[in-house]
Design a protein around this ligand. Sequence first.
Ligand SMILES: [Zn+2]
Length: 481
Amino acid sequence: MSVIPGYDYVLYGSSWPNPSHITYSIAPDGVFWDHGINNLNATFNAKFETSGIWERQIALALATWESVANINIVPVSDGPYDYNTPGLAQGDPRFGDIRFGGYTFPDTTITLAQTCFPPPNGSTAAGDVEINTAMNFNIGSAYDLYSVVLHETGHSLGLGEAPNPTEVMAIDYGGLRTGLEPGDIAGIQAIYGARTLDRFQSQGIGVGFGDPIDLSKNLAASNHAVISGDSLSSIGSTEYYSFVAPSYASGALQVTAAASNISMLSPQVSIYNASGTLLAQASNPSAWSDNVTASVPAVVPGQRYYMAVTGDTHTYFDVGAYQLVVSLPQSSPPTSPAPTPPAVVPTRTPTPTPQPPPTVSPRPPATNTSPQTASRLGRVTQTTLANLGFNSGSTVEYFDFQSGEAGAYQINAAGASIQVFNARGRLIAQGTNQVNVSNSRAGTAFYLKLRPATSPPVTSYSLSISLGSLLATVRKTTRPR
Ligand SMILES: [Zn+2]
């Protein structure tokens, strides 16, 4: 049965600019998460008492998409930053491209979760997931956390709701899932392409003990060989390496399969001698996106060694890109390691680009403290003013703007009490952290009055104004049946 685009899958139309390194993170509790304060960690830690178990369901959902598409996803740390904090849509060093948070939804029993599509979409909100923590999430029964997150992260990667109710991307909760359906796979591959064999295995190299990727020349030149861009393309696949220990070799042999900051892979690495006897093996099946190192205490010069890298979980964590590092730490190559041309396999030394530390430019006292001196923002469809601050707890700041397009607008300023007035000075909306202004024509004038909502007042805040549809209409929901 063939897959029907538009029925078995729907493409939203945007995707991640760098699909080979999509990061994700779990936002800390207490940050503002679109319509509420994030309580995902406290809620799930209390519900699922085993440490790490709910985080693994989220990771497994992302690894499921990675296992069939030409993408690599990695976990990163998060920090005390609100939803849609101004910043980079992808590659922001403060948190993941895809962030997870949760709170009690206003429509508590209608929606399980909602998610933003990939950039361009808001500021940093693109791809972010909001989980309704008032719902009864479970592992292995309704509402199954993996099944819901699998659907939501499909949105994070660019898939819309599929009309076919059997697909993971169907809008209604469809019961327990263990993986993707044909339409889901066709959809994600239509965006990013299928997961392919790496540059070795696509040429028939490294596919078995009989035809390994040979590192002998690399190790003849250096006691440290790094092979990058390797990848396990499906569950159960294995990649094979070999080398003849150089004449200078002595002491330990260490072989590391590294997936940390590279993919969701949970690798296993094994070292064998020339007759195929297993000498050492290392893995950590409870981890993902991790590095493992197998060691042989005394390497024998002239002896051939084989190494095999495979997944160690028999799950979607068995797929992903990695790096192989072979090292002879107690051995010194006879010649000083003059720059030698790369051997069979080009070894790559990552050259980190020096990043200047983030600077906080000193902020002059605010002058927009009266309606007459309001900051004029002009016509606005979407704007963010970062690094604002109140001079004191009693400061009031004024802004004015005209709507750039017709529609509803959302005004965000975490830590601030916000009042919105119309051109005649009538109060039309107010709230803390966030205010929505109902539909208006293009060119409608608004005045904003902001004061600290907290004591002590926030020392720095951001004001963002955006046409509601930029965020609201791109959200899709998973509804309980
Ligand atoms: Zn959905």
